[in-house]
Design a protein around this ligand. Structure first.
Ligand SMILES: *[C@@H]1O[C@H](CO)[C@@H](O)[C@H](O)[C@H]1NC(C)=O
Ligand SMILES: *[C@@H]1O[C@H](CO)[C@@H](O)[C@H](O)[C@H]1NC(C)=O
Length: 441
């Protein structure tokens, strides 16, 4: 029973609906719009209820996103920047008359989430990207500790470069060129003619140290090949790329373009984007279809003033001193959710309910969905994850009962059952119910 409860608490149902190709998966999150001068409008940042009240966090978010806007402009050859940003404060913080009450914005529709550290990745920022190359991700996750404790300077705005890197994942569907925390596939080193070099973008040399994650001392050259415990820590490059590889280095300010892109590196960007450079993917998107630099010049628009911020709060916040009339008790389940999974119990439990109803038959939707799910299975799920796959149209079908990922063959087997055809009605309830049954089988 205890095991069942734990499994249920970490259960996530992946529900992929129709417009996989157009925006965030399911289209459930707020669109990021672009104005006539290339400025991004409508970026919604939401602070989780789990974050304790801290007004300085709001000020820091403003400061860092303002600077990130400058970094973004520089990284894109003066094309795009942040024009307006809304920050949503949770209603667990006390009411403040200087904030308007949110009318439609919610935590679930935000594109940047400020919340507690992720169980697997800690304070490292990441972007949920279930889509393929050039497709928008769902959201960026940043922690209050990342915002308040990262050392960042005017000369080397590491934090702001990290925000721009995550925005590149989110808005333009780009992928990392080194080994990111979410990456289970990319080797740290790869061989060119028997010579091992770090997986990276940029064809300029990178200087750094090879460190064993076990012993914390320099790796033995012979172990570099297997690389399981050997990491490369870059410390300097004279090149300016790439923000998707080693954004923390002071010389790095840009994304790789056709000229300096490293097509041989076995990284996620090359795998998912068919070896295209970041800049090639970006310039194929509507975001870069207009030369906004010229448009702004012609109109005499100066962008250096940075984005405007609008701070709003969820309805239901209480004034200072006011107490709730009904006291909510914290349930034991919520407390238990914080405890790490027990050894022997799968770390993650995922059941995917995939829509194969009639509307998915048009515009290659079903194959695009399956491609995205295959990438998710191959690239993102850790060893030890239990996975189930269900499809639904007028009724639900179980394609794979709960299977624990132990090796690449299991991943391939799971990916091979993904649907390629669609037709019939849309009984979402059947899909969800069957997933719940599959999870508890
Ligand atoms: C309300 O918020 C502003 C910043 O948005 C802050 O300066 C002020 O101190 C807050 N007032 C209270 C009572 O917390
Ligand atoms: C998962 O396990 C397989 C088989 O033991 C192994 O080859 C693979 O490297 C592991 N993957 C990760 C990311 O640990």
């Amino acid at each position: 029973m205890e095991l069942l409860k734990k499994a249920f608490l970490s259960l996530s149902i992946f529900f992929l609906v129709q417009n996989v190709a157009t925006s965030n998966i399911g289209g459930t999150r707020q669109d990021i719009l672009q104005n006539q001068y290339g400025g991004y409008e409508n970026l919604l940042i939401a602070i989780s209820k789990a974050v304790p009240e801290d007004l300085s966090l709001v000020e820091k978010l403003k400061k860092h996103f303002q600077k990130a806007s400058e970094v973004l402009l520089m990284a894109t050859e003066n094309q795009v920047y942040f024009s307006s940003i809304t920050i949503l404060i949770p209603n667990t913080w006390k009411l403040n008359s200087s904030w308007e009450v949110a009318t439609k914005e919610t935590f679930n529709t935000a594109r940047v989430l400020i919340g507690p550290a992720n169980r697997a990745w800690g304070d490292v920022p990441y972007t949920l990207q279930p889509g393929l190359c050039g497709i928008e991700g769902d959201y960026i996750h940043l922690t209050p500790d990342f915002i308040t404790t990262t050392t960042t300077t005017q000369a080397n705005p590491v934090l702001e470069k990290n925000i721009v890197k995550e925005f590149a994942h989110l808005k333009w569907g780009l992928f990392d060129e080194g080994v990111s925390v979410t990456d289970i596939k990319t080797p740290v080193f790869y061989s060119v003619g028997g010579f091992y070099q770090p997986t990276r973008c940029g064809n300029q040399p990178f200087y750094g140290r090879t460190i064993s994650t076990n012993t914390k001392i320099q790796c033995d050259y012979s172990t570099i090949k297997t690389s399981e415990y050997c990491q490369f820590v870059p410390s300097y490059t004279s090149g300016g790329v790439s923000l998707l590889y080693a954004h923390q280095l002071s010389t790095i300010k840009k994304f790789c373009s056709e000229e300096d892109h490293n097509r041989d590196a076995p990284n996620r960007q090359n795998r998912i984007c068919q070896e295209k450079s970041a800049w090639e993917v970006m310039t194929s998107l509507p975001d870069f279809a207009t030369d906004y630099f010229s448009v702004r010049n012609a109109a005499g628009i100066i962008t250096s003033s940075g984005p405007t911020f609008n701070v709003i709060q969820e309805p239901g916040a209480l004034e200072d001193g006011e107490t709730e009339t009904t006291t909510e008790t914290t349930t034991t389940e919520e407390v238990e959710d914080e405890t790490p999974a027990t050894i022997g119990c799968p770390q993650d439990v995922v059941c995917m309910a995939l829509d194969v109803s009639g509307s998915m038959a048009t515009q290659n939707r079903v194959t695009q969905m399956s491609d995205a799910v295959a990438t998710y299975i191959h690239e993102y799920l850790r060893n030890g994850t239990a996975v189930g796959i269900v499809t639904f149209n007028s009724a639900a079908t179980t394609l794979a009962s709960m299977t624990v990922i132990t090796n690449d063959q299991v991943r391939s087997n799971l990916a091979s059952v993904l649907p390629q055809t669609a037709g019939g009605g849309t009984s979402i309830t059947s899909g969800l119910n069957t997933c719940i049954e599959v999870c508890f089988d």
